[in-house]
Design a protein around this ligand. Structure first.
Ligand code: N01
Length: 532
């Protein structure tokens, strides 16, 4: 440990969308901010996830920064939904454009952080030694710790295996190979059509079928781009006010109050619009089981109409969870991929993977042989990256212990007992239920203004009160249980990680409502916090 650790006003962990913007804001305010990231590049999730087919399933003209009008006007996205290399280029451009790199230290992993009561600062341990900071911001993302299930025998597999979230930088050529993919969430659904087009044979191992809506992706239309740029300020404001952080209209009708024909027509219209707008076709889709079933059956019929083998189509039809309660997927040619002669779908719900062998894997007593195996098996969502660091607050309280039965937070941003710690898009915030960009910018601006306000007032600590935290935990729970979401064994519920507490993690009350609450808390002198 260094005798005199390097000191910063603010230490930010994570060089993704959130950390980069926060660094920029804090520096503009004259604070000395320092950003570290374990990766060799900026980009966060867009650095690590580089699997074939990886792209954003939120439209790029809303999944991009809004804080700088020149950037917004000058940057051109090549497609409606940009792919991973383009998003990574954008983030690198932002790092250069705002001269961020001089305060970014890469290949630096934070392993522990301890609140020093006497000095009122955080002591943060990294692989390069100790750093101290008055303010400590975990901008580590919601989906940063990959989940690789412990299939017995994985170490004896003679082929190559990959997790989609730790993809080789040089890519992988599957030409002529027999490939297996485990997992059919958003990632699997993006990568399966791409791998199928290259491999000699692809076998998909599906535990739970998912609902997927077509992206209708394509090259950016210059006229549409110009039209959107002309009204960028209005659309950004709409995104911030609405529940989803995006700009499609929310329906005020209920699905069962309209005729079957009207309902079908609206679903058809939204289907052809593409993406998550489908979930907003009627306002009760996520709260009323019967309403939800009408949307679910519409999608199942699309699957049946697309997939030529009726048995395969039926296997792809989700029945287990209401539509949307596991994150809706957005695809390009996903269901049609199962019409290819070189693609096989294997149900592992009823015959789980027994073991990985030298040649491949065994399920239902059958061995499937592969050259390569791909795990698109997701992440330890929302809490994984926060708990990967041994964070200790007042009285050496460990965050891991405090959250052993599920996370507690005030506004999803702060935790009682952990002064001056901010968890960007943390559990208890809208984050993953919204267009992340809208939520990230709202968090960055709130945290920056909070730190700025306190610094101007000569105040050095802010800490959530236990009452404010308990009240927020309750609100997060109540909002969730007024919907169908907790019925699904989803990663939103922590259900994908063995042993993880089943707690609904994000705040589902909507971005607009949440933003108002946060603004009101600040305007009310940081209500619910002790400031000293
Ligand atoms: O992960 P997932 P993901 N045996 O957890 C299966 C974001 N994202 O990486 O459903 C067998 O959704 C698991 O099965 P089941 C987005 O927020 C964004 O696909 O648990 N199978 C499931 O099929 C998304 O929601 C973009 O029964 C096992 C799959 O693996 C989030 O990332 C793109 C298994 C995991 O699905 C996570 O998506 C991609 C086991 N032991 C992702 N364990 C954008 O475009 C897991 N599975 C912005």
């Amino acid at each position: 440990m260094a005798a005199n650790p390097e000191h910063h006003d603010v230490l930010v962990v994570g060089a993704g969308f959130s950390g980069l913007y926060l660094l920029h804001r804090l520096r503009q305010r004259g604070l000395q901010a320092h950003l570290v990231d374990r990766a060799p590049s900026v980009g966060g999730t867009w650095y690590w996830n580089r699997y074939p087919g990886c792209r954003c399933d939120v439209e790029s003209m809303t999944y991009s920064y809004s804080f700088d009008e020149e950037l917004e006007q000058e940057w051109s996205w090549s497609a409606r939904y940009a792919d991973q290399p383009e998003i990574l280029r954008y983030l690198n451009h932002v790092a250069d454009r705002f001269d961020l790199r001089r305060d970014i230290q890469l290949e630096t992993s934070v392993t522990a952080a301890r609140w020093d009561e006497d000095a009122s600062l955080w002591r943060v341990t990294t692989n390069h030694g100790e750093v101290t900071a008055r303010w400590f911001v975990m901008a580590t993302g919601c989906l940063s710790v990959p989940n690789t299930p412990r299939f017995p025998g994985l170490d004896r597999f003679a082929g190559a295996w990959y997790h989609t979230a730790a993809w080789p930088e040089d890519g992988v050529d599957f030409t002529g190979q027999r490939v297996g993919v485990v997992g059919t969430g958003s990632t699997g659904i993006q990568t399966i059509p791409q791998v199928a087009a290259q491999a000699e044979h692809l076998t998909v191992f599906q535990r739970t079928p998912n609902f997927s809506i077509p992206a209708w992706n394509g090259p950016m239309d210059p006229a549409a781009e110009a039209a959107r740029k002309a009204i960028y300020r209005e659309t950004r404001a709409t995104a911030r006010r609405g529940p989803t952080g995006d700009i499609w209209p929310e329906s005020t009708s209920t699905a069962l109050a309209v005729s079957a024909e009207e309902r079908e027509a609206e679903y058809e219209r939204r289907w052809h619009e593409g993406s998550f707008s489908f979930l907003s076709a009627f306002h009760d889709i996520t709260t009323d089981e019967a309403a939800n079933e009408t949307a679910a059956e519409f999608v199942r019929n699309k699957i049946r109409a697309t997939v030529t083998d009726p048995a395969v189509a039926e296997l792809l039809c989700p029945y287990e969870h209401p539509l949307g309660t596991k994150r809706l997927c957005v695809d390009t040619d996903y269901y049609a991929t199962y019409n290819r002669p070189n693609v096989t779908l294997v149900d592992i719900k009823h015959a789980p993977i027994e073991e990985i062998t030298e040649a491949g894997l065994i399920t239902g007593g059958t061995e499937y042989a592969f050259d390569s195996l791909i795990f698109a098996t997701g992440f330890d969502g929302m809490t994984g990256a926060l708990l990967a660091v041994d964070i200790r607050g007042r009285n050496d309280q460990s965050l891991r212990d405090l959250w052993a039965e599920g996370p507690h937070s005030y506004l999803g941003l702060t935790v009682h007992g952990f002064p001056n710690l901010f968890t960007m898009t943390g559990p208890g915030s809208p984050s993953v239920l919204s267009n992340m960009m809208t939520s990230i910018e709202q968090h960055v601006e709130w945290v920056d203004e909070c730190i700025g306000h306190l610094s101007e007032q000569g105040q050095t600590t802010i800490e959530a009160t236990p009452d404010a935290q308990a009240d927020w935990d309750q609100q997060v729970h109540d909002e969730a249980y007024a919907t169908l979401y907790p019925r699904a064994a989803s990663w939103y519920m922590g259900a994908n990680i063995p042993g993880k507490p089943r707690v609904f993690l994000p705040y589902i009350g909507g971005v607009g409502k949440y933003t108002e609450i946060c603004a009101d808390v600040a305007a009310d002198g940081y209500r619910g916090f002790v400031v000293a």
